[in-house]
Design a protein around this ligand. Structure first.
Ligand code: ADP
Ligand code: MG
Length: 343
């Protein structure tokens, strides 16, 4: 018998993908292997579908996760996979596994968050499933979306010399999780304690508890008439995602560590925890920012964009996957994913 650990999550998905038969439906354009599957919709657009599941004890801890935030996050992480195809979401279904300790009011709170996300991303909640659970709360969301055919952006279509771009900042969600975990341990040791989470840390906690999908960037790229050559969302950490994009595109990459965008609050918290903010940005995960590549000419129109940062470029040699340091040293990019929960 083979343990799943020995081949890993990605090894397992590869095994399922290889054994999956070629499509029987002419409308199946792209199956397993990208952020969302792609199907025929109409003359000008493709349909997109993706699904993501959140499990209590694996992806979230209800001792410090407000249910309203959790509902929002369950939708946002799904919408993020549609954005990663350069698409926009249209409908979701929500399936729940509920243990007996859940009250009607708790479910109402969860749905308040789900509805807030539906309003924010302009998606309709159109169905789902409800079942009992013996092992805590399970939330599984599926999302449908659309993308103009000429704007669809896969993971495997990047080219050498493309500029590697990232939206927003990285590492904050991981550091937010460290703060929340530390507060939990202190609370468990001394239940009379008052929480000391300060206002300044609100950004880090919000990044962990209530992330947003970057549909704003999808709109902006359309307004600028720029279509990335490849795109993926950052759920498992920058290192892991850039290596997926390179492997699937057959390219190498050089990233510059000093260019990787990290918020001041993340730097402060990293110092406090005695960890490297850069490592949090590379391996922390759950930032739900977009990682994309554009032709060098197209980057001209993005170079002054406040929320888009160029962090490196792609190379022709697939064996070259490098992080270059300020001092001119080069290290190999490795997908460690130590904070990632594998969503
Ligand atoms: P993401 O992090 O973008 O949600 P994943 O790493 O979860 O992507 O999945 C990568 C690809 O593998 C996707 O195309 C997804 O649909 C597919 N996939 C993941 N798990 C399974 C599974 N159990 N069966 C079939 N396909 C799967
Ligand atoms: Mg994804």
């Amino acid at each position: 018998m083979t343990t799943i650990d020995s081949i890993g999550e990605f090894g397992l998905i590869d095994r399922i993908r290889t054994a999956t038969e070629t499509p029987q439906q002419p409308g199946t354009i792209r199956g397993i292997g990208d952020d969302a599957a792609v199907f025929a919709l109409n003359d000008t657009e493709y349909g997109l579908i993706s699904t993501d599941m959140l499990l209590e004890g694996i992806h979230f801890d209800l001792t410090y996760t407000p249910l309203k935030h959790l509902g929002y996050k369950a939708v946002a992480v799904n919408v993020s996979d549609i954005a990663a195809m350069n698409g926009l979401p249209t409908q979701i279904t929500v399936s729940l596994g509920l243990s007996s300790r859940f009250t009607v009011e708790a479910v109402d709170e969860l749905y308040a968050g789900i509805r807030a996300a539906c309003a924010a991303y302009k998606v309709d909640l159109v169905g789902g499933d409800t079942t009992a659970s013996r092992s805590g709360l399970v939330i599984s969301v599926s999302v449908l979306g659309t993308v103009p055919k000429d704007r669809i952006t896969y993971r495997n279509t990047a080219q050498p010399n493309d500029v590697v771009c990232v939206t927003g900042d990285l590492g904050a969600a991981y550091l937010g999780l460290q703060l929340l975990e530390r507060e939990k341990q202190e609370y468990l040791a001394n239940p009379d304690m008052q929480p000391s989470l300060s206002e300044e840390r609100a950004y880090l906690m919000q990044r962990q508890l209530r992330p947003d999908a970057r549909t704003d960037i999808v709109h902006e790229l359309r307004d600028l008439d720029i279509t990335p050559t490849a795109m993926i969302d950052i759920s498992d950490g920058l290192s892991s995602e850039i290596l997926h994009l390179c492997r699937q595109s057959g390219t190498g990459v050089v990233l510059f560590d000093e260019n990787i965008p990290i918020d001041d609050q993340a730097h402060l918290a990293a110092t406090e925890f005695g960890i490297s903010a850069l490592t949090a940005a590379l391996n922390g995960g759950e930032d739900y920012e977009l990682l994309f590549t554009v032709r060098p000419q197209a980057f001209e129109a993005l170079k002054n964009h406040a929320r888009i940062t160029a962090i490196g470029y792609l190379t022709a040699d697939p064996a070259q996957t490098i992080l270059a340091t300020r001092a001119g040293q080069q290290t190999r990019l490795r997908a460690q994913g130590w904070g990632g929960t594998g969503a």
